[in-house]
Design a protein around this ligand. Sequence first.
Ligand code: PLP
Length: 386
Amino acid sequence: AKRSQILNFSAGPACLPTKILEQAAKDLIDYAETGISLAELSHRSSICSNLIKSTQNNLRKLLGIPDNYSILFMQGGGTAQFSAVVYNLLAYQVAKNPSTVSNMKCDYIVTGSWGLKAAHEAKRLGAMVNIVSDPKKIDGKYGRIPDESTWNFSQNPAYIHYCDNETVDGVEFAEFPKSLPEGVPVICDMSSNILSREFDVSKYAVIYAGAQKNFGIAGITMIIVRNDILERADAPNCAKLGIPITPVILDYKTTSDCNSLYNTLPMFNVRVANLVFENLLESGGVAAQERISKRKAEKLYSLLEKYPDVFEIVPGKGYRSRMNVTFRMGNLEEKFISESKDLGFEGLKGHRSVGGIRASFYNAMPEDGVDRLIEFMETFVKRYVS
Ligand code: PLP
């Protein structure tokens, strides 16, 4: 098939605008008229440090990131951050609360399988984990965010972690949780919805997101971290208190001190991210994306609601993701996937752990693509169901 015939609804890696890939392809051969590929240029050259600076500046503009926050680029995807958060935040508490750190729990609000994985990693690394809420324990599956009055925070948590958009389960927080205890660092995994809506960065201690959904290609992760968290992570004292020392490659302070160049950063991935950021700035920024992504999701959810006998929407109202629309179609699923493939619609099969159908509408999915999917679904229903 030709690229122009395909609509890629994959949950990640996600589609990218062709014009961005075309520019990136040129940069891979010859970057900025240096005669050298971006994959060949030294990451320590001034041209690359300018690229990092420009990428950070564009991201700062897009998300309105305050001056007391640093932007880091690291490797290892969202998964590496599951570990990095534990090390860095416990080290921060070693500096801030040395007398109580050994008794501090790490609080995880779990609303889907990624949040659960993050909690499992914290436990694996030896942290005392408190699950604030896990609807699967009650319902046997993910699909809602229990009322905040039922959340069970620990006495004096080292931090609170949650995942803003659960990519597998299609569950998204509609807004910042209201009942978080004051003064506790809030850590958020925004891997699958960053840059799709405006939010107040100052409510968070750390925000992280892998690139391959909303801002580029797998290989880099953005970390937005409040500077006091950076400054207070103090490794030598960790050992004395029995808190693990952060591996250097996951250390936020080291990464920040080296402007994300402690070791070789994949500059091509940074360039693709910057192209996405520039494109977003030229097309109305995050506010515009917020309007579009709301519209795209509403269109599909209202079609699904129109045929309740055919489609079972996984998440309940109020928690439905704008990025990953998950639903079930019983024994019509196989036919649906196969016919949609014939039309060039790719990536609609649900995650292997849960099955069903998942249509992902990241920023690069044009509204027209969603309209075409809906048109197909209407004809599909008429053909097989009425
Ligand atoms: N967090 C969320 C919300 C995700 O969707 C994913 C991957 O899909 C991850 C974390 C893990 O990211 P990575 O594969 O980059 O490690």
